[in-house]
Design a protein around this ligand. Structure first.
Ligand code: COA
Length: 161
């Protein structure tokens, strides 16, 4: 039986920290679906299509990783993909409370779906998409923190603004 994990998030944009979770997740799961949450409450820098394109390019070396987007409840999406695993990365301690709350809510919503947490590699412990966007907006170099395609897209995005 093959095991598929769903790796959900905003991915605005995908960072090396996310990529590290995907790579390491592949050591445990046969397939990973990177699932971009469409959340109308958030005002993302990149459109859903742009985020999907960047992720698709970055994960292209991994045939067992696919990219998708979803709306509505995550647990329902997980089941619709024939999976029962939500994969999440944990960074600093500050993530813990939020992740714990989400995992408990997801568990309440569906007993069949399990949340699995991986420690984010120490190199990416203190990065977030927001802080990367902030640095890039002011002309800072973020090349060491994001894949090349993302660095290029960030430059294009802020050049237009
Ligand atoms: N390395 C570096 N940064 C990481 C990271 C890693 N491994 N993992 C997460 N991050 C960062 C992200 O860049 C993001 O930064 P930002 O806040 O500056 O944008 C932050 O951590 C958290 O982002 P993310 O992992 O994308 O989670 P999220 O909070 O945006 O998304 C969902 C959470 C989509 C999983 C959740 O909202 C959801 O399930 N939505 C669907 C609706 C639903 O079912 N709700 C009920 C569940 S409680």
């Amino acid at each position: 039986m093959t095991k598929t994990a769903i790796y959900p998030g905003s991915f605005d944009p995908i960072t090396n920290g996310h990529l590290s979770i995907i790579r390491r997740g592949l050591e445990i799961f046969d397939n990973i679906v990177v699932a971009v949450a469409i959340n109308s409450d958030k005002k993302p820098l990149f459109t859903t299509e742009e985020r999907l394109e960047m992720i698709a390019e970055v994960v292209s070396p991994y045939p067992n990783v696919s990219v998708d987007s979803f709306t509505g409840l995550l647990v329902e999406y997980v089941v619709s993909q024939g999976s029962n695993v939500i994969l999440r990365g944990l960074r600093a301690l500050s993530d813990y409370e939020y992740e714990f709350q989400m995992a408990l809510m997801n568990r309440r919503l569906s007993r069949d779906v399990q949340s699995v947490f991986m420690m984010t590699d120490y190199k990416w412990f203190y990065i977030s998409s927001t802080i990367i966007k902030e640095a890039a907006q002011h002309g800072g170099s973020v090349g060491a923190l994001v894949p090349e395609v993302v660095e290029k897209r960030l430059k294009q995005k802020f050049a237009k603004k």
